[in-house]
Design a protein around this ligand. Structure first.
Ligand code: ADP
Ligand code: MG
Length: 183
């Protein structure tokens, strides 16, 4: 199968001159669960930002399996970045409504995804009433509610305690086994 995205000779020089990446060849297979490991400052976030189209490479190419695959993605950051004035349900429904879905249907789907990440019963809760792990679950539900082909995660569980991190790792793997998106 053609890779979902293939990087060839990718380099990135940031404004200011730092060469963050050089000579990167990488094929991300459809349905893969791929982790980039390396010390802080080695260019992991830079690579993810280029995959998300938030940044352009200075050299090399990113070849996507299909034109529409390029924008078919969800991004989970280290911070959950929820809207504090909106309930968990409203936070997760937003991407669907931005894509043109009616509020009622968007909220039904959002509720399904909150249940899938273990937050049934917390639909009306505001972010301030949720623990760090629960906020991260909302963030994951928000990234997956549109069924993206590619889920990009930038150290999403780094700020959580170890027990919560292990549990979220397990739950993420189960979601991936059930839904077979690419991570
Ligand atoms: P990682 O995520 O692996 O910790 P980053 O991709 O964030 O690494 O950073 C790689 C290198 O690029 C670092 O030296 C960092 O200082 C530099 N860098 C990252 N983003 C920028 C930016 N927007 N402008 C200038 N330099 C940057
Ligand atoms: Mg980083």
């Amino acid at each position: 199968m053609t890779p979902l995205v293939a990087l060839r000779g990718v380099a990135k020089r940031h404004a200011g001159g730092t060469l963050a990446l050089d000579g990167i060849d990488l094929a991300v297979g459809q349905g893969d669960f791929l982790a980039l490991l390396g010390p802080s400052g080695c260019g992991k976030s830079t690579l993810l930002r280029m995959l998300a189209g938030l940044d352009a490479p200075s050299a090399g190419t990113l070849a996507w399996a299909a034109v529409d695959a390029r924008s078919d993605l969800g991004f989970v950051f280290q911070e959950p970045t929820l809207m504090p004035w909106a309930s968990a349900l409203r936070n997760v429904a937003l991407p669907l409504e931005l894509a043109g879905m009616k509020r009622r249907e968007a909220e039904d789907r959002a509720a399904e995804w909150l249940a899938r990440v273990g937050l049934k019963g917390f639909e009306r809760a505001y972010p301030r009433a949720l623990s760090g792990g629960m906020k991260m679950r909302v963030s994951i539900a928000r990234a997956l509610v549109t069924h993206p082909r590619l889920l990009l995660m930038d150290e999403p569980f780094a700020a959580l305690d170890e027990i919560t991190r292990f549990r979220l790792n397990d739950d993420l793997r189960q979601l991936w086994q059930a839904e077979r998106f690419t991570v």
